[in-house]
Ligand binder design. Structure first.
Ligand code: AMP
Length: 328
């Protein structure tokens, strides 16, 4: 089944003179790495094809992977093959011009509530979309070209979406593909420096966060980052959103949630939900979101919704603890 789908995808790619690549809003290492890695592989493998990646989003910490392509007129999308990567919901595709494409391929590892795309290769259990692009490359390695740059992009997404190969989606196959990418020439020291070194000033925000983490009765850790706090610490919204990882290693807290007020002007609050053992994606879906079993995102609009979401998360953790052993 999967092999058939890979062959179908390759056929569509082979036949397409122009390919447009798409990813999700609120870019992260996986969607950026997967689109840039795929673009590099396709450009190197088929020099006669036009392969574009156009997006108006920017990420400071992923800027080292290089810029996207400049905008193109709508006519360039019409008749092109579109490939959407790492996006579980059609409504989250960042560049709306995907709708102009002749055909759409969807390559993803999210839980997809409403399947989309003329061809969909979706494997929820994969630890990253980059792993899927690596798998596609590996299956067609006699035809496709993997450069050190493509390998670096794909490795970036594998590292970031798997919590540095820590989350439960990581399999032997994940590590074999990671090994293949390393062999193709990834400079890991430089990569980890780009991804994880922090400005000295950002440590004061970290210190503040650690003092303000709260816990619910049954073990949900949470943080609330207001716009005022973002301004006080001189943070970009992207930097403020990284606060979720400050709560990832607290014994007994099987779920941790960051609420970050957005700069969108509509009162929206971005919610980043993470968990160990407990599945939180259905909870995220009840608050305009979705994602993976243990890493999801949502949006809420006021304090009442914040409290309601926290109460539901607390109940999930309570139920889990009451019915399972071996959690920490
Ligand atoms: P985040 O905390 O925003 O990084 O989200 C965690 C994971 O859930 C990522 O893989 C996101 O792509 C995914 N995600 C976030 N928001 C949504 C949503 N509204 N619908 C579907 N997936 C989402």
């Amino acid at each position: 089944m999967k092999d058939n789908m890979l062959e179908t995808i390759m056929q569509r790619i082979r036949e397409a003179p122009r390919i447009m690549l798409f990813r999700h809003i609120r870019i992260d290492g996986d969607c950026v790495g997967a689109t840039k890695g795929l673009q590099e592989i396709l450009r190197q493998s088929y020099p006669g094809k036009e392969v574009y990646l156009i997006d108006d989003q920017h990420s400071d910490y992923l800027a080292f992977l290089g810029p996207d392509d400049p905008p193109l007129p709508d006519e360039m999308y019409v008749g092109a093959l579109g490939i959407v990567v790492d996006t579980g919901d059609r409504g989250r595709i960042s560049n709306p011009r995907y709708a102009l494409c002749r055909e759409l391929i969807n390559i993803d590892h999210h839980i997809e509530k409403v399947p989309y795309g003329d061809y969909a290769w979706v494997e929820e259990e994969r630890s990253s979309a980059c792993e899927m692009i690596a798998a596609l490359y590996y299956a067609y390695r006699d035809e496709l070209v993997l450069t050190p740059r493509a390998a670096t992009c794909l490795y970036t997404g594998m590292v970031t979406d798997s919590g540095r190969f820590k989350f439960r989606g990581v399999t032997g196959e994940t590590l074999r593909y990671a090994g293949m990418l390393l062999d193709a020439g990834v400079d890991t020291e430089s990569l980890y420096a780009h991804l994880y070194l922090k400005d000295f000033d950002s440590l004061t925000f970290k210190a503040y966060l650690y003092e303000h983490i709260r816990r619910t009765e049954n073990g949900v850790a949470y943080l609330y980052v207001s716009r005022a706090m973002q301004e006080t610490f001189g943070l970009t919204f992207e930097a403020a959103c990284t606060c979720v990882s400050s709560m990832d290693s607290i014994k007994g807290c099987l779920c941790w949630i960051a609420f970050i007020e957005t700069p969108d002007g509509d009162g929206s609050i971005r919610v980043r939900l993470r968990s160990r053992f407990v599945t939180i994606s259905a909870l995220a879906e009840r608050y305009r979101g979705g994602g993976h079993a243990c890493a999801s995102g949502s949006t809420v609009y006021d304090e009442t919704e914040v409290q309601a979401l926290l109460a539901e998360a607390d109940q999930l953790v309570a139920d889990y603890k009451a019915t399972h052993e071996g959690w920490m």
